[in-house]
Design a protein around this ligand. Structure first.
Ligand code: ADP
Length: 191
């Protein structure tokens, strides 16, 4: 199995690039943001709790997110592998991912982080807010999401650094150019 963590701040293009990676490598997409939005849309108890947190730009509890991940891993065993998008977002989530994958004799092959300046992120997210109406794409929540990323999520890069699994990729330029950089990194992952 090929397991990839696609990492980066909100608006760095994880969703767009995930689609291209899936198309090329046939991986199963696990986006915790999408899974949470599905719960919100279905108005489940979990969704109602999560919506309030997401609209503030804070992180949903590790316990909820890890539960969702374990369920997905269970459903798709024996497949070609996974691409994790928007997860892990805390060092605790990274440790829990490692444990969950180990249970299946699996591991993360590489963690790719997309690097984009704050100014560019804000520009992209405001545009997405106008186009899609996503309720967390307003200036106040965007700024909080980037602050939360800097405080709680950046430490995840050090976790993968220590395991020599972190590859930084420049996240600006054309979608195809960025994808080329990602493919280059994936081609070096040891099976
Ligand atoms: P973005 O990367 O653009 O912020 P996401 O769709 O990944 O968008 O996430 C939207 C929101 O969902 C986050 O701001 C957070 O509240 C919640 N969320 C998503 N993934 C996680 C996670 N792994 N841990 C905690 N909260 C999460």
């Amino acid at each position: 199995m090929l397991n990839i963590v696609l990492f980066g701040p909100p608006g760095s293009g994880k969703g767009t690039q995930s689609e291209k990676v899936i198309e090329k490598y046939g991986l199963v997409h696990i986006s915790t943001g999408d899974l949470l939005r599905d719960e919100v849309a279905a108005q489940t108890d979990l969704g109602l709790q999560a919506k309030e947190i997401m609209d503030k730009g804070e992180l949903v509890s590790d316990k909820i997110v890890i539960g969702m991940i374990r369920k997905k891993l269970d459903e798709h065993q024996g497949g070609p592998g996974f691409i994790f998008d928007g997860f892990p977002r805390t060092v605790n989530q990274a440790r829990e991912l490692r444990k969950a994958l180990t249970d299946y004799d699996e591991r993360v092959g590489v963690m790719i982080s997309l690097e984009v300046s704050r100014e560019e992120l804000v520009k992209r997210l405001l545009k997405r807010g106008k186009e899609t109406g996503r309720t967390d794409d307003n200036l106040e929540t965007i700024n909080n999401r980037i602050d939360v990323y800097d405080r709680q999520t950046i430490p995840v890069t050090y976790y993968y650094d220590k395991m020599h699994k972190h590859a930084a990729v420049e996240g600006t330029g054309s979608v195809d150019k960025i994808f080329e950089r990602i493919v280059e990194v994936i081609s070096k992952v040891k099976p």
